[in-house]
Design a protein around this ligand. Sequence first.
Ligand SMILES: *Cc1c(COP(=O)(O)O)cnc(C)c1O
Length: 421
Amino acid sequence: MSTFINTLAFAKQLDSQDALQAYRQKFHIPQHNGSDMIYFTGNSLGLQPKTTKAYLDQELLDWATYGVEGHFLAKNPWVSYHEILTDKTAKIVGAKSSEVVMMNQLTVNLHLLMVSFYRPTKQRYKILCEAKAFPSDQYALQSQVKFHGFSLDDAIIEIAPREGEYEVKHEDIYKAIEANKDSLALIMIGGVNYFSGQVFDMKAITEAGHKAGAIVGFDLAHAAGNLKLELHDWNLDFAAWCSYKYLNAGPGSVAGAFVHEKHHENTDLPLFAGWWGHDKAERFKMAKEFNPIKSVERWQMSNAPILSMAAYKASLDMFDEVGMDALNKKSKELTAYLEFVVEEINKQKNNCLEIITPKENRGCQLSIVAHGQGKALFNKLMENGVIPDWREPNVIRCAPVPMYNSFEDVYRFGEILLKLL
Ligand SMILES: *Cc1c(COP(=O)(O)O)cnc(C)c1O
């Protein structure tokens, strides 16, 4: 990695050498006083590709032209629309095509997958998760435990960072797995912690979980489109993620689900079924008996939300063009530059900024504690054309995303932050 310099000229030089430089122009960037805002919130809602509108217009046109016949006559027939998303999605998360499907929304998918993969018994009923997981994940886990009649205090094992630390130590996870190896039913962790930006070693945790006889699933909301994933090879049992964060598919867009192929033949797995999980050749025969598809598509319940999938497809085609390798390469450099700029500010401002995201285990997000600051700092950042994300009491989460953020964004962010501190 190059030696960085905290100047606009240097940032512009890095931008001129950036292989993905052209992609920034392919997005709508929110404006502030006539210039681009510094948008570091792609970890919360990715920006809109300029092509999204055309993808949506195509479906609106086909709907207007064909009505219900669009299911078969649309340019991309709706009846099989989700299938055209599969190969490219599989590439993003490192899975086989039969292992991924786009359906529903993230929390819904977590529940549907837990219906099949959290099957507690009197002996094995515990769930191991990270402390302070994203609230929706906590509620999902708690309600699953209660639904099966177990008590929360007993059944949910939360792994927290040690006193005074922000990073969860992997050895603490392995110790907890070992200590509960006779009662552990499920491990469910975020691949990237949404608050600290810490990346977990999904392969090693999965292996440790399996050794203890547990099922292992991950919430990849902050991992999909951010990290290079190898879900199949890492041998995860299941995973789910949303498409509106790093995957730029628009607010509330259709979510992803992964079920490892080793579970596909097992038709005894209980599940909440719907007609879209039924054998495709027979779907319209409207038979009484459910005949499950022998792939992850079995977990689909409803027919596909085409408008949301069209928005996803616009972004997906771009991801496919760029590839996770190129994104990853730029991501590392862009985030390292942000880290450098923050440390430069610290030299002048008495180390008031503390990066709590582990250096060795991170994607593009840096979570920064602004010591001695409050919400006023965040408000001032917004007034100055920066959109970061604020978590009480004083954490700024910044995600310079490689698809559309520039080194100049990072430089300008540092300039504004220094001025405000
Ligand atoms: C963003 C996010 C969610 C949001 O869930 P939805 O069902 O899409 O509303 C859930 N869990 C995690 C870890 C997230 O980052």
